[in-house]
Every structure is written in C-alpha cells, then in structure tokens.
Design a protein around this ligand. Sequence first.
Ligand code: IVH
Length: 704
Amino acid sequence: MAKKSAKAKPDALSPAEAGAEMARLANEIERHDKLYHGKDAPEISDAAYDKLRASYKALHEEYPHLAPPNDPEARVGAAPAAAFGKVAHSVPMLSLSNAFTAEDITDFVERVRRFLNLPEDAALAFMAEPKIDGLSVSLRYEDGALVQGTTRGDGAVGENITANLKTVSAIPHRLKKPFPKVAEVRGEAFMTRADFLEMNRQRAAWNAANPDRKPLEPFANPRNAAAGGLRQLDPGVTASRPLGFFAYAFGELSEPVGKTQQELRARLLQWGFTLNEPARLCEGAAALMKYYSELEGKRAALPFDIDGVVYKVDDLALQQRLGFVSRAPRWAVAHKFAAEQAETLLKAITIQVGRTGALTPVAELEPVNVGGVTVSRATLHNEDEITRKDIRVGDTVRVQRAGDVIPQVLGANEARPRGPEKFKFPTHCPECGSSAVREEGEVVRRCTGGLVCPAQAIERLRHFVSRDAFNIEGLGAEIIETFVAEGLVKAPADIFRLRGKREKIAGRKIGKKSWQEKSVDNLMAAIEARRAIPLEKFIFALGIRQVGEATAKLLARRYGSLAAWRAAMTAAGDENSEAWSAPTNIDQIGPSVAHDIAEFFAEKHNRNVLDDLAREITVADAAAPAAGNGPFAGKTVVFTGTLAHMGRSEAKAKAESLGAHVAGSVSAKTDFVVAGEDAGSKAKKAAALGIKVLSEDEWLALIK
Ligand code: IVH
C-alpha cells in the first residue's frame, strides 16, 4: 500500500481516487508529525517520511482543490504567526508599568491618591498578587462555553489558539454556574520549573538515542517552553506539554461580576479557575512592601517562576476612574524582583550603530547562564559608562538581566585579572567611516553619515517594519537586512515596490531563507495589507529621535492628518517663528522633542522619504475624538490652579476623553482655561486674551 502511493503518478489516478489518496496521505503525515514532534517517538525514518511528503506534494500540485482540511502543504514554510487566524480583542490586552524600588511604590500609591483626589484619611486597598512569568492569553466564554482562546499579540490583535488552549487541563471548557452571557477571562499560561527541567531531560535523552537525527534544542527557560507549546500548529503537540494556567483579570463582560478585585477572584475560583497565590489585600505602601519582601523570600521555593508582584487598586469603580495611559492601567503596577546576575569574561567590545546614528558599545561575552537564560551579549550603555567603570576587554564582568530588558554589564570584578588596556572609544563610525561626534551636553556619540551610513539605513528600515510601526508580517529585522544587502530595498517606500521585483525573490535563497512561491505570496499579501496605515503608527514608524509611540499618538491626535502635521512641523523648522512653539503647546511635548521633530523635517532626504511614501501608501487621518459633539470636542483646554474635586491628571484625562487637546500654556489658540484655587498668571493671560475662563464648578457641570 505504502509502496503504491509512494509511486503514485497524478495522471494515473481519477480525480476521485486522487482525492481519497491525498486524504489518506495527509492523515498518515499528520500521525507521523505527532509522533515526531509531540511524543518524540517517530516510527519511520526521515527518508520514509520525506517520501510520504513527496507523494502528497505531487498529487497536491495536480489537484490543489482536492486538498483535505489537514493539508500538510498548507503547513510547510508558513511561519506560525501567519498560520494562526487573527482576532481583534474586544477589550485591549494591556501591559503593566514597572516599578523597582520602595520609592517607586510610594510614588505609585501617591499618584493614585492624587489622581483620585482622595482625602488623607480615606482608605485605599490594593490586591497584591504574584507576577507569573508566562504568556498572557484571553479566553472567551459564551453562555458558559469556551468559544475562543487568543494570545496577547500586540495588545489589540492576537492569534487564535483556541484548539491549543483547550488541551490545557487548568482551563475549563465550561464555567460552573452562575455566569454572565459573555465573559472573557484573562490570565497566564505557564510551565512549572520541574516540568521544564523534565522536558529538557527528555529532549537530551532523545538526542542521545538518535545521534543521526537533527537534535532537539533544549528550551532556555520555562517561559520559552510554554510559549513554544502554545504556538504549535498541532494541538497534539501542545497537549504533550505540561502547561498550567492562572486567571487574574477580565476582558469583555456582559454584566458586572463583582465590585472589587477580591470579588472578581472569588468568581474566577467559583467558575473553576486556579488563582495565583499567595495573594493579599494590602492597605498602603508599607503593607505592599511587606508582601513583596515576604514573597521574594519564598520565590525559590515556589514551583513556578515569578518575576515580581502586581498591585491592583481593589475597588473597581476607582479602577474605572483611573483609566489608562498609553498601554498600561493607572490602577496597577508590576513591582519587579531584583535582576539576576552572573559573572563572565568580556571577550570584545563591538560598536552598534542605531537608526539615529548613535554608537552603542556592546559587550561580547563568554556565554553565561543568568537566571535561566544564556547571555552572550550585553549593553555597555555609552562611552562615559565604560570610562567611569574602567571596563576593559579581558576583564571578568558582572552581567545583569532583568525581565525582558536587554542584559547589561554592571562593572568589572577588580579582584580578578584585568584586561591589559583601557578601552578607546572610536571617533569614526565602524560601518561607514564617517566621523562620529559628540555634541555638547550629549552622552551619545553619533555617526554623521546620515543615510550614507548603511547601518543607519538598515536600523531605520527595521524600525519602520517593526511590530508597533508598520508591522509587516514576515518582514522581520533579519529579512530586511538581507533585502538591503541584495539591493532590493534601500528606502522605506521600496518595500511597497517589492511586488515589481517578485522574480528577484521567488525561488531564491536570500540570507537563510529560501523563498518558495507561497512564502513570496504571503509576504506580498502582508505588505499590501499595510498600504493604509493610521497616522499615529506612521509618525512612529518614521523613527524620529525621541518620538516614541506615546508622542506619535499625541501628535496624531493634535494634527489629525498627515498633511496638517507636515505643514505645521515644516513651519516649525524656523526656531524664531511663531510656529516653532506649536508642538510644544501640546501637553507632554517639550522643546527638546520639538527640536528633534523640526530637525527631521529640515533634512531634505527625510522630506524625500515622505514624498516617496506618499506615492505608495495612504495614511488614515487620526480618528475623531470619541465624544464628537460635546462642548470640549476639538477644543484646546488649559488647566491652572488647584482643583478640589479631582487631581490634575484625572481632569486632563477626562478632557481628552471628551475630545479636547490639553495644552500646557495659554495662547491665542486656547479655547478654555479651567481655573482652580490660586490660579495665577495663566488665568490672567487668558482674561487678557479674551479666552473663556471656567471655574471648577462650571467645568464639573459641563463634563457631567
Ligand atoms: S494583571 C491590565 N496580574 O504581566 C493589566 N498581569 O508585564 C492586566 N502578568 O501582560 C494584567 N501575572 O501577562 C496581571 N497577577 C497578574 C499577572 C500579570 C503576570 C503578566 C500579564 C501582563 C504582564 C505585564
């Protein structure tokens, strides 16, 4: 039977026979995939497996329309990210802002109190929980049944991994009654340390028993092992990985399920979830710190990795008032544990050139395990740091890794033999040879080569396609680099002209990747999908110095369209003009950021990049403010003096949610000034300019 199919010639079969044979082969291949990847117990040789695939492929080429649902060809070469369906989260999946010191925690508690304008004696409770180092997922229940499970993705859109999540035993398929019609439960999928070690032990054993097979790589840490398990195309593989799940938050809810975080936890437990313990209700910063130190003491004894603790305002009504900044809630914070450290040999110092030309020294290290992760490179920050710490090639250095940040070199161990020579920081760009200069007052030395410098060009392109910018699936940093090296892409707009260069990609090996027709199709589709982009993403993608996501968003909201923004920023190029202060009139944008934006527009090649892009893509205007017709929609508001009923930040957030721009200073463009107690010069200036000044009570009445 197997022999016959291996030799099957498409033209020797009728379509009906071909369809049946394809289904049979697909099942066979699927079974062997499971044995190989899932159970690590293959039954056939690699050669026999390849033969099965070849037979299937031959039939598939002739009869692609007869492919069964488990079509093995549909799985080849497709990156997992492209293979899972995309799901937009009905409520965004946010991240948490980080805190490290006791002072950060007092600040956090203070900030919350100030925002809410709480009287000094008012109680304010926080729920403290361990912060699990795993993967956040969202589970959607309708009428109590699990209908969808997704990854976090970029927070707005995740991947559909329902089938995989259904194999995790700690995730109930049905909620215990009573439950609302729609409930989205969020939490962390993870692997225990013991299971992680056992998996690596099994992998090593399999490698030893199969010296002629491609070795299975060990997992670097439990988090990677869990992530790898969840992002398998084959749920059978996920099922073979021992994964756990802790529930700790909610997405969409068709009706409230509690008034406090504590009540929410009780509901999760009642529905059949496991909670992350030990959790504790704490009152005040001192109680939070006590919880933190106690848990840090227990950290090593816990069966799973935690990288800190999370504090959440317990009262949900207060959470609602506090709202969000950018991507993180104001009502919660992640208090991270001290970073893991290790010592190793500094083999060399290399210099990396960033997209703005900044020269960053990188430590090339003898690989060392730092808290479960192998580190072979770490940042040395800048020239002054190296000098100050007198770090030399040949030193034994202390390396630190904290969460997801880049590992860093802390200093040299002076008790160990030292490197012979002090490090001399280069004065020329190692990539293009242009001189590298340090402007007065700057710590960073920059290459003056601009776009002539290939490193800068590549870094800009990498940033341009990155997840929070154009987010072009399948066009990662490495591929951009190889496309640049091949001359396929020089400037951002070239990406959108790649479809005209198809024949230079398809069927070729570029860098490490061989480009099958199918993968070229996928890439082209991913590029086409990004020909329209929201203004804020576009601004961020340009990679202007100091213009991160939050600033890009502010600019997009303020100017609304690319044309309006560009006109204003070009006008702002003249520092002596009235227009120069335009960007700084936006709250949270200071003169140094404004200067960098103006400088970007002052350069002809940057303007050319924009013109060139305009021919290829459309930039969507920033969404109109949510409340489009209230008294504050589209208006510029300035707050001054002390408000009695809400903190300054809450007032600003409220005004913005009503569609207002909040500015820091009064100008002819201001529409309203809200004057609290002891309002000073701003209120006077407003009066002089004939601008409407509102008292706090008038303001409160208008926002009701
Ligand atoms: S609450 C609105 N609680 O940490 C924020 N997150 O660094 C909802 N995490 O994205 C998250 N343990 O994946 C929360 N007890 C816990 C957590 C926790 C781990 C993860 C979560 C989040 C990330 C932020």
